[in-house]
Structure formats: structure tokens, C-alpha cells
Write a protein of this length. Structure first.
Lengths: 398, 88
């Protein structure tokens, strides 16, 4: 059986008045063993101090699980390592670790976060959870009871989603007239299930975003705690082709167009000349949109059989910049680079088909900006897609 | 009355050498001349590759090529073309 593709998405809003979040969501892909580990940790309190606790917890948890350390040892190590809060005299951060191995078996370890929600075919599925007791390390006197961790494992099916979140989500709205005791686990569950039923193809990113925004809405737009949600989605891979640059030999123009035409997935052309070549070979017409008017980035264009056409090097450079800056896509201006980024985020397997012909006009020393070599920009973009977004990326030159 | 067609190149070389300002003229041309002017963009008109001496940004006003086009030269060319259409 062809393994499912694993899409991981998350969204976060820090507690109102805090610049840094005290929750951390992180994911690691272990290339050698083909495993994916995601951790959501909520540090005691909020702000930087909580962020440090959560980051330590997340990093340790992901590292230990990746190194095949037992759950017991991992939990002990985390509890011994966390610094003690000067105000509360305890060291504490919750965690949920989702570990997906090569065979796509899922193992989840939870400590004090709201329980995760497994959504299968629009319904909740409740896996059996076993309790694991772990003695707390530091400050034994102040921690008389052992920590209770919950472990579960299952074989995911195509379409399964694992939704996990911090208590900032389930407690959202607490104290308000509408939700005096907060949104609650069941409220979050019903909302997420409804979203999935209404939109069965909703991406991990969109689902996590929707849950967090709804929680913030319950908090009347002023988050009373850090609000974080992560989603792991097992689905068929979404493929994206990005063609950029004319072939070095003109006789390969037809091959370029044919590869573009026959690609089974979404297709983007980055580059005016490249777009003209493909349009000519496929006998299509290109229409540039004059409505999208961000004057720093050339406007997008459309053509039958292409999902998007943009200018090449300036736009791709902007995509790299957006990815490097970690800007939330919702905060980006509407332009061609943002449109490419949306496609990248929503795709799993991204293939670049890069023409190596150099446009001499770009080498003109009177150019007011330095135009990078296409191959270098794409190399940087590929590294970001692989390392930051855990995408499967490949490149072919023509 | 015939329309004047304005084509603005939005290829890389044109865009970084001032094509963005030309695009900023689209609203003004439409406001001034209404349906007598039709503006469109082109992914790349290809003139930057033709000769070393040609100068981006490029735009076409009907068949007339504008080199090193500026908002002013574009406006002037459109006005000339319109008077030609009206006289002709």
C-alpha cells in the first residue's frame, strides 16, 4: 500500500500583551529513519519564561524520541532538566508528542495538555490510552505525586487527522457571559468535526488556523492565554510543479511544455519568457491581472491549464524572504509571491523544473537591483521548503 | 471610435527598471480616457533580449514601441495615439 502523505500544520496566538508565546509547537523530520515527530508544549505561565520552558521541553522530547529513548526516560529527563520557576517554585511544562514512524504507525504521548482529537471520516475515534507514571525529578518535596502520562498508538487511515491544542484553546472564553466555563474540549471537538464535515479536504494548516481564530473569538479577540493548535493530517500527496526559466537549448521548448502539460498536479510558471514559451507551444493565451497591485512585486497572470503565472526572479526572491521571516501568511500583502507561498504551503511534493538559460538583460550592470541567479534562489527556496515546512522537494534542469 | 491599446511589460527587467510605475498609470489612463484606452499587461514583450542598446521598461501603445518608458512618455504617447484615432 502506498504510504499516506503526512501534512503538519499549526497556528498560534500569544496571550494578549505578550510579545512571545509560552506555548511551542515544533516538528522534526528524521531523514535517516523517515520519522516525523511533532511536539506541542505549554510552559508554566506565559511570555518568555514559559516560552523557554516549552522550547526546552519540546526540543528534549523530540530529540529523545528521535533517538529511540523510552517514554519513561524521556519524561524523567524533561522533568529533571526544566528550570524551576522562581515565583512558583516548580518546574513545569505540558507536552503532547506525536511520533509517526516509517510504517506510518502513530504513537502519542500526552502530559497534561487537553486530550488530542482523532478525526476519522468526520467522526471522533477514541484510541485506548494507557497510563504511565513517572516520578518527578527536581524538587521532590514539592512534587509528592508522580506525573501521569498517557500513551496511545494506532495505525492511521487515509484521511485521518490528529488535532491537538493547548489549554488556551479549550479554556477560551472562560468568564464570559456566553461561555462562563470556557469553550471546553467538547466545544472544540464539535467545532473541528463540523469544519471537517463541511470541508472534507480542509488542510492541516487551515484547520489549525480556524480553531485558533475561533478560540480567540471566544476570548473576545483578546487571548487570555497562549492559544496553540497543531494538526497532523494523513492524506494523499498534493503535487505542485514550478517551472522557471527557459531551456538552455531552444529545441527543448516543446519538451518543457509537454512536461508542464502532463504533470499530474497543480502547476505554476515563474518567469515571463518561460510563460510565453509554454503558451506558444500549447497554443494558449496569457492574461496579466492588472487588479493585483502591490507595486513591489510584478502582477500575476493566468492561462488555461496553469494554476498561476508570475514573474520569475524578483517574485521567487520575495517568496524566499517571506519564508525566512516566518511571516504568517494571513499578514502578507496580496501579491504574486503570497500566491506562490499559499500553493507551496498547501502542497506536499514540490517539483521544480528549471531552465538554465540566462537572460542577458538581467546581467546589465545598470540594473538598480542585483538580480540573483535563478538557480541560487531556487536552491535556497528548496532548502527552506525541506527544512522548515518538511516538504518533499526535487529539481530537474532543462 | 477606435480604442488605443496599451501593453505594459511586466517581465523582470522592465519591472525593476520602472515598469511598476507604468502599472501605476493604468488607473489614471482609465480615469482620463475611459473606454477609449484599453490597458493590458504582458508577461514579457521580449524587447530586452533583442538588442543591447534597447532600454527597459518597454510598453506598446498600439503598435508603437516605447523604450525607457516613463509615466509621462506613456501618457504622451496615448494622447498622440488618441488624437491620431480621432483625426483618422
Amino acid at each position: 500500500m502506498k504510504p499516506h502523505f503526512i501534512e503538519i500544520g499549526s497556528y498560534q496566538l500569544p496571550k494578549a500583551g505578550q510579545n512571545a508565546a509560552g506555548d511551542v509547537f515544533m516538528s522534526r523530520k528524521i531523514q535517516e529513519t523517515d520519522r516525523i515527530i511533532s511536539v506541542l508544549s505549554d510552559g508554566l505561565g506565559s511570555g518568555i519564561k514559559a516560552g523557554v520552558l516549552a522550547t526546552l521541553t519540546g526540543t528534549l522530547a523530540a530529540g529523545c524520541i528521535a533517538a529511540n529513548m523510552s517514554i519513561n526516560k524521556t519524561a524523567k529527563l524533561i522533568m529533571r532538566s526544566l528550570p524551576v520557576c522562581s515565583e512558583r517554585k516548580i518546574s513545569y511544562a505540558t507536552f503532547t508528542i506525536v511520533d509517526v514512524d516509517k510504517g506510518h504507525d502513530v504513537r502519542i504521548i500526552e502530559y497534561d495538555n487537553p486530550p488530542y482529537l482523532l478525526i476519522r471520516q468526520g467522526c471522533e475515534v477514541e484510541p485506548v490510552k494507557t497510563e504511565i507514571q513517572v516520578a518527578k525529578g527536581k524538587k521532590i518535596g514539592s512534587h509528592p505525586k508522580p506525573a501521569i502520562l498517557r500513551g496511545s498508538s494506532f495505525k492511521p487511515q487515509l484521511g485521518d487527522r490528529i488535532l491537538f491544542f493547548s489549554d488556551g484553546v479549550s479554556q477560551a472564553g472562560m468568564g464570559t457571559k456566553v461561555l462562563p466555563i470556557g469553550w471546553g474540549y467538547n466545544g472544540v471537538k464539535e467545532y473541528a468535526l463540523n469544519l471537517v464535515r463541511q470541508n472534507p479536504d480542509i488542510s492541516a494548516r487551515e484547520l489549525a488556523h480556524a480553531v485558533v481564530i475561533r478560540a480567540a473569538y471566544h476570548d473576545l479577540g483578546i487571548p487570555k492565554d497562549d492559544i496553540t493548535c497543531g494538526v497532523v493530517y494523513f492524506r494523499e500527496a498534493r503535487r505542485l510543479l514550478i517551472v522557471s526559466g527557459p531551456p538552455i537549448h531552444q529545441e527543448d521548448d516543446q519538451e518543457l511544455a509537454s512536461k508542464f502539460k502532463n504533470f499530474p498536479g497543480k502547476k505554476i510558471i515563474c518567469g515571463g519568457t518561460t510563460a510565453n514559451i509554454i503558451a506558444r507551444e500549447l497554443k494558449k493565451t496569457i492574461q496579466v491581472s492588472l487588479k493585483v497591485r502591490d507595486l513591489t512585486i510584478p502582477p500575476p497572470a493566468c492561462m488555461d491549464s496553469a494554476d498561476l503565472i508570475t514573474e520569475g526572479i524578483v517574485t521567487l526572491g520575495k517568496v524566499v524572504e517571506y519564508l525566512e521571516q516566518d511571516t504568517k501568511i494571513e499578514q502578507l500583502p496580496e501579491n504574486s509571491a503570497t500566491m506562490i507561498l499559499k500553493h507551496l504551503l498547501d502542497s506536499d511534493i514540490i517539483e521544480f523544473l528549471v531552465g538554465t538559460k540566462i537572460n542577458e538583460a538581467h546581467q546589465d550592470p545598470t540594473m538598480p537591483v542585483e538580480l540573483e541567479i535563478r538557480r541560487n534562489v531556487i536552491k535556497r527556496l528548496m532548502a527552506l521548503l525541506e527544512e522548515k515546512l518538511l516538504k518533499q522537494v526535487s529539481i530537474q534542469f532543462i | 471610435m477606435n480604442q488605443v491599446k496599451v501593453t505594459i511589460c511586466v517581465g523582470t527587467a522592465c519591472y525593476v527598471l520602472g515598469g511598476a510605475e507604468l502599472l501605476g498609470m493604468v488607473d489614471e489612463l482609465t480615469a482620463r480616457f475611459g473606454h477609449h484606452v484599453m490597458c493590458e499587461g504582458s508577461p514579457c514583450l521580449g524587447f530586452c533580449k533583442l538588442s543591447r542598446n534597447s532600454k527597459a521598461p518597454f510598453a506598446l501603445v498600439n503598435e508603437k514601441l516605447l523604450e525607457a518608458a516613463t509615466p509621462e512618455s506613456l501618457l504622451k504617447a496615448v494622447e498622440e495615439a488618441l488624437s491620431g484615432v480621432q483625426n483618422g
